[in-house]
Design a protein around this ligand. Sequence first.
Ligand code: S3P
Length: 441
Amino acid sequence: MSAVISRTADPLVGDIVVPGDKSVSHRSLMLGSVAVGETQVDGLLEGEDVLATAAALRALGATISRHVSGQWTVIGRGVGGLSEPAQVLDMGNSGTAVRLLMGLVSTQRFATTFTGDASLNSRPMERIMEPLRQMGARFTSRSGGRLPITVEGSEMILPISYELPMASAQVKSAVLLAGLNAPGKTTVIEPQPTRDHSERMLRHFGAEVVSQDQAGGGKKITLTGQPELTGRSITVPADISSAAFPMAAALMVPGSELVLRNVGINPLRAGLITTLQEMGGRISFENKRGEDGEPLADLRVQASPLHGITVPADRAPSMIDEYPVLAVVAARAQGTTHMPGLAELRVKESDRLAAMARGLAACGVDVEETEDSLTVHGNPKQILGGATIAAELDHRIAMAFSVLGMVSKTPVTIDDGAPIATSFPGYVELMNGVGARIEVG
Ligand code: S3P
């Protein structure tokens, strides 16, 4: 455990590439493992979460190799072709890895046991088990539906039609991945659209996936089961959820101008950009393009005077991982920023609503927390800082408070910077390279 100390930054100036998208990276390894033939992945995130997925898929029978940095090859086993792992699969900190893999193995006739770190083992898994039970899988879990969990794949697989009780791309994706090995059509109905990387990538590998808009803004997604998936090449965009940290910092640190290259701007992920622009942030898109079904662009971000807004609750799924850093930006904006519709933040790597409210208050920020909202009264002139923040095994809490330190009067300390490696290896070096003053240890 090594602490991270973030001091007032110099102007952030430069041209940077943040690591690959975590959601797309997990999915590229998983779909590559159930495709026939070779999948080449370029730009894979080599963070701990994705490395845990790679190790689990190897234990399930896929052949996965790393060539040079970011370039990986997967030789798949075909839909339904995975085999029983000899060991418990330790998914570390990663909710996406465990939930999607539980879906993938739940329609295979063998048993798999999953575990994780203290954060992951306290997160709710019933949301995955409920639909997968309907498909025929059986589970043995710790009390409260927590990990460690053993999944017994079904002999009799049933395709289902499932309406999501919460906006969760992980639950949607788990059901779709389970549906790959089910006969007939598996349908997921989502009340609010969530990130659609699974749908886009399933199509890229040759599956039939139909998305229909529903009255009221939701979507109905139908997958035709037992497709022949064929190995593909995939270019992983830079992760907008990682870009969020340098982007937020550049808007706030006077004199900054950063260009962030190759950032994924899938509309179901890009809610933070809209929000920051509404707050007065100068962010422009350059060189917009699409690769392998995912849109991307270079982003130019310039320091800007910012003002508070109310973020529409229905925007939350498109920026769910970005609220910690948005709350930091709100602390520096003129006026009040109100962020409703955040109940899901309580069950992330930490209770992010509580962690942000506690940490901001400790740094002298005027903040109000309710069961499902955060309200920050900003002060563009001064943030005191000076506190030591508990990272609680949560990478985004650690990085959000490192950004707060860049605009605080006295340094902000994060008790443990190690979780940053789950999603953003090289974060401290990259940020210091453009003007930040972050010290480790
Ligand atoms: C993810 C979905 C989101 C997000 C997580 C990644 C994914 O979780 O918070 O970081 O890759 O599907 P939920 O599905 O729980 O909202």
